[in-house]
Design a protein around this ligand. Structure first.
Ligand code: GLY
Length: 424
């Protein structure tokens, strides 16, 4: 089977790495890809926003299956257009991708189907939003409704901060994503993520993870796409996993089916574990990045077979098998990230890190004249397995220290919560 993978991040390198091990695979293509993905797929210079170009490429190359990695093309309807052109595609329709593309959509679904989440209001003008604020306790959470690359959420400690966040959204700080604002109660608890593979009716658990969103050690500083992750998340006991599946994931699938937009693809639940049990913070409609980088090395089963079962509606007939180990991934990012950073700086020593039993998943990399260059904010994901998160962490930093990149930095405390639990 010929497969085209859409995307260019560390998540897509992890997917390409795993897909390339599938006995069902004839040839893997990736667009637009990166220097690491080029080691396991043929890189194609296609623009995923040009749906006709993607369809044309699939037809002329004989692509049997397309897998869409990131959320933006899903929200933009790439899966719909490919399916309409007769090309089997992994990833939700644009309507179903609203679970990530519109926070208000998800909150309304939760309200209708009794899915535990924070109390909220949806607003299309600043005055109404500010009036609602008067009845909220502080802190309060102000969110741009649409996709804002992780930047559209403010936890406001004061009414003035909340009002400023509302003004920001409506003044266009997040483009179309701020056309509507969602205001939510602030929930207290530890955060964790749960991933489920869905075929429209059935959800198959794909594991748990925790990531580190803040740029600085001790979870401080501005938010990023994620500076590291580990899986499984020890805080997610079997009881909490069962409760999340039955109270959050299953009713979501039923609700989406009821609304006429069945969800097929990866449902990534961002959870907060409160005194009253797991509550949904938000959904994403794709694998997490860097969470995918720690899920794929733990997955024993054939990813391609699982994804095909999700598309064909036969998830009840398959099982996912996992290695009973911990996986941890540390992100090496360009100095300055998540703000401005230099590009085209040189990286060496990847093969030395790999010789230390690490898998190095690339994100923002390109190769030029035999050199590996950093061209993005998050650049490499140094990923290791261990009998515990502590062991995986030691291996990851040992491997990472084999890499020479003067313009790079990382957090040195990835996994701290899990390690504290292991040591207590
Ligand atoms: N690591 C967070 C995300 O993928 O959205």
């Amino acid at each position: 089977m010929n497969v085209l993978l859409i995307g260019s991040g560390g998540r897509e390198h992890a997917l390409a790495w795993k897909l390339s091990q599938s006995p069902l695979l004839s040839k893997l293509y990736c667009a637009p890809g990166n220097a690491g993905i080029a080691q396991c797929a043929e890189i194609i210079a296609l623009d995923p926003t040009d749906h006709n170009a993607v369809i044309q490429f699939c037809k002329t190359t004989g692509i049997d299956f397309v897998i869409v990695g990131p959320e933006a093309p899903l929200v933009a309807g790439l899966a719909d257009d490919l399916e309409e052109a007769g090309i089997k595609t992994f990833g939700p329709s644009a309507l179903a991708a609203q679970l990530e593309g519109s926070k208000g959509f998800t909150k309304d679904l939760c309200a209708e189907f009794n899915i535990p989440t924070a109390a909220y209001g949806r607003f299309r003008d600043a005055e109404a939003a500010k009036n609602y604020l008067k009845q909220c306790s502080l802190p309060v959470v102000v969110k741009a409704d649409g996709l804002a690359a992780g930047k559209g959420v403010v936890i406001a400690e004061t009414a003035a901060d909340a009002e400023a966040a509302i003004e920001d959204c409506f003044s266009g700080a997040f483009g179309d994503a701020g056309f509507e604002v969602v205001i939510e109660d602030f929930m207290v608890g530890e955060e964790a993520s749960l991933f489920a593979l869905c075929d429209g009716q059935t959800a198959l658990l794909l594991g748990t993870a925790q990531d580190h969103k803040r740029v600085g050690e001790g979870d401080t500083g501005p938010n990023t796409g994620g500076m590291g992750a580990y899986s499984p998340a020890p805080v997610m006991t079997q009881d909490l996993i069962d409760q999340t599946m039955s109270e959050i994931i299953v009713p979501t699938l039923a609700g989406m089916h009821h609304r006429g937009c069945p969800f097929k693809g990866i449902l990534y639940a961002g959870l907060i574990l409160t005194n009253t049990g797991p509550q949904l913070i938000e959904y994403n409609v794709r694998f997490g990045d860097p969470e995918c980088q720690v899920l794929m090395p733990r997955l024993k089963s054939d990813l391609l077979e699982l994804m095909l079962a999700a598309v064909e509606g036969s998830l009840l007939e398959v099982e996912a098998e996992w290695r009973d180990v911990a996986a941890l991934s540390v992100v090496l990012a360009a100095k300055g990230y998540p703000g401005a950073y230099d590009k085209n700086t040189t990286i060496t020593g990847i093969e030395k890190a790999e010789a230390e039993d690490a898998i190095v998943f690339h994100a923002g990399t390109a190769s030029s004249n035999g050199q590996l260059l950093a061209i993005g904010g998050r650049v490499l994901n140094i990923t290791t397995l261990g009998s515990s998160v502590s062991e995986a962490q030691q291996k990851a930093y040992h491997a990472l220290d084999q890499i020479t990149w003067d313009n790079g930095f990382c957090r040195r405390d990835i996994g701290w919560r899990a390690i504290e639990r292991e040591q207590s």
